[in-house]
Design a protein around this ligand. Sequence first.
Ligand code: ATP
Ligand code: MG
Length: 504
Amino acid sequence: MNDEASGSTPILQMQDIRKAYGSVRVLEDVSLELGAGEVRCLAGENGSGKSTLIKVLSGVVRADAGQVRLHGRRLSSDPMAAIAAGLSVIYQDFSLFPNLSVWENIGFLRSVTCEDVFHRRGARRRLAVDTLRRMQVDIDPDTPVEMLPVASKQLVAIARALANQARIIVMDEPTTALTRSEVAHLLDIVETLKKDGVSFLFVSHKIEEVFAVCDTVTVLRDGSVVMEGPIGAFDAGRLVEAMTGRSVDSQRLPREQSPPQPPFLEVSGLGRRGEFVDVNLALRPGEIVSVVGLLGSGRTELAQTLFGYMKPDAGRIEIDGKPVAFGDQTSAIAHGIAYVPEDRLTEGLFLSQSIADNITVSSLGKSTSFGILGAAALLQRARAAVQNLRIKTPDVTPAVATLSGGNQQRVVLARWMEHDPKLLILNGPTVGVDVGSKRDIHELLVSLSRSGTSVMVVTDDIPEAIALSDRILVMVRGRITASFDAAAVDEDTLYNEVIREDRT
Ligand SMILES: Nc1ncnc2c1ncn2[C@@H]1O[C@H](COP(=O)(O)OP(=O)(O)OP(=O)(O)O)[C@@H](O)[C@H]1O
Ligand SMILES: [Mg+2]
């Protein structure tokens, strides 16, 4: 008899897990169970302890107290033991080897944990091909992983877990980099594997996903379980309230009509070969414009061009009515433009340096009427920013690496706001940020715009675009294909516009 399939005993039990870093208590007596074929969502605000709990589970972080049991047996805190016991964690960066091929990545763990040391290349390649087929995924097994788009990397990471015969797959924010149709595909795969009895622990900030795929949910707040149960016992409002301890409005933020002024930025006929063509747009002071498009639509390249990362090869950019040619970011910054990049880890942060240094790095040497900003003044600015953006940390001196993912994202935001820009361009400003904080960031951007800053938001988050913009431009395959008054457009109309070319 297969005890697992009967669902009588949970296959995974975490009992009274406790963890502190110095005086910061991160997990307090957290318990959680997972049955065979169960998909459990681990929900909670940024910094509530989700990733830490997962690291305890996978043996990367040692808990101060409590235990993990797999199939009733106590699991020692050791990453290899966890993998051998059928537990596989997919971290946000997927931990793949970029220069190895798809099949080598998929077969990698198997070659480490398999008792057969002669588990040869041919066998591992076959295993990889079979696994991809089982997932109904069409990826060339011989491509180096670094050549793949993010969505495919994600699928390779899942294939690796399966090839290693994982019975429990943990995914820490698996869908942040995926577009809607890719998310749908991933969720289909989860459903299929679930039927084979594979269990999932799933971290996501996207409420609709949680309801689409999970059977049960555990909500963490400040390191404690505040609510737990079958997903059917919740509705979206109740779940968000459990996470944040307050109710969060998802309505459009009130916007005032900005007085008709000449545009701060005007772009005409802008193009870059292979990336975007004939882009026209104007941004007035105090206006918030979103550019909505799928991954690969040219949205990021457009934003980067406006910030001088790359040069256009057609068209013109005018600032305050005068044509400009940005050779680099320094000249864009000198014109009052700031850019919050999409990928906080590679483009944004110095992880080993303090929160304060990361926030004020570009204000160093900034002169005020009193002269150069001193160390104390910088520290004070950093503290104010931490407070404004509600960055969860006891102080501004710890390294950025000690912050949770969503809080690192806010540090990037804080740094650029330090510039008092005339135009703030944000690429995916709330990716990985929890629902409550997302609202805070939107409100912050709206209040920034009230003080006259132009804001351009590049996003694929349609509700986000509607919630905070005045105008929404849709970008499809390098062209602006539609423009909407954000107050008068609904999500479905916008979504259909965004995927227009995908359907034909
Ligand atoms: N190595 C560390 N040293 C000190 N504090 C840490 C360390 N790792 C995590 N923390 C703290 O533990 C808390 C929980 O972090 P964790 O990464 O588990 O949050 P999370 O729920 O995954 O958040 P997010 O949704 O933003 O990813 C945070 O306040 C974080 O600053
Ligand atoms: Mg996390």
